[in-house]
Design a protein around this ligand. Sequence first.
Ligand code: DX5
Ligand code: ZN
Length: 224
Amino acid sequence: MAAAHISRPVRIAPSLLAADFARLGEEVRAVEAAGADWLHLDIMDGHFVPNISFGPGLVKALRPHARIPFDVHLMIAPADPYLAAFAEAGADLISLHPEAGPHLHRSLQTIRGLGKKAGVVLNPATPVSAVENVLDLCDLVLVMSVNPGFGGQSFIRSQLGKIAALRAMITATGRDIALQVDGGVTPETAPDCIAAGADVLVAGTAVFGRPDYAAAIRAVRGVG
Ligand code: DX5
Ligand code: ZN
């Protein structure tokens, strides 16, 4: 695949879901100091996905603890009633799933209207065509390489082809749209994601589950 020959900077977004929830402020400071580029915050409602995590109140409480962008991944339905709350809480990017509501284009317009970057998240079974007609409103496309809801799952390799297809679509737009992968990203699976064209890697267990966050981030980045 042609994208494999283009080298672009790879950003690492540790997922707070795998952090110690009793020490979250400290965890955020530690992962930023360890070289994290973004902080990935997984919002789960126990309805769209079979797990509950945290809401905008926690995002707001953590915001003063780091300067890196807060990348909020909404796994909630409906999402529209909560977009303003996450924007006000300090999210820099807000991503949502097309299945979360009937009007994806409007949801992305709302996020942009709140002054935030907007992203679309594709579940393993969701085709690339779900984002094709709204790419002009996207700052980020996220490919789920596990079924959303839990950390620590195994990487679904069939998603690599989707990453490559999206890289080609993004290149064709000529716009700077981040291509993110989330789920089962480890030092072993990251190189395949990067070769397929991903440039932002979410890693929960592979960072917060390791004793040395800086070494873990370097390992996922492929420079460790
Ligand atoms: C899953 C979440 C992921 C999760 C990744 O629904 O969207 O961000 O935290 O965890 P790992 O890296 O452990 O697979
Ligand atoms: Zn996520």
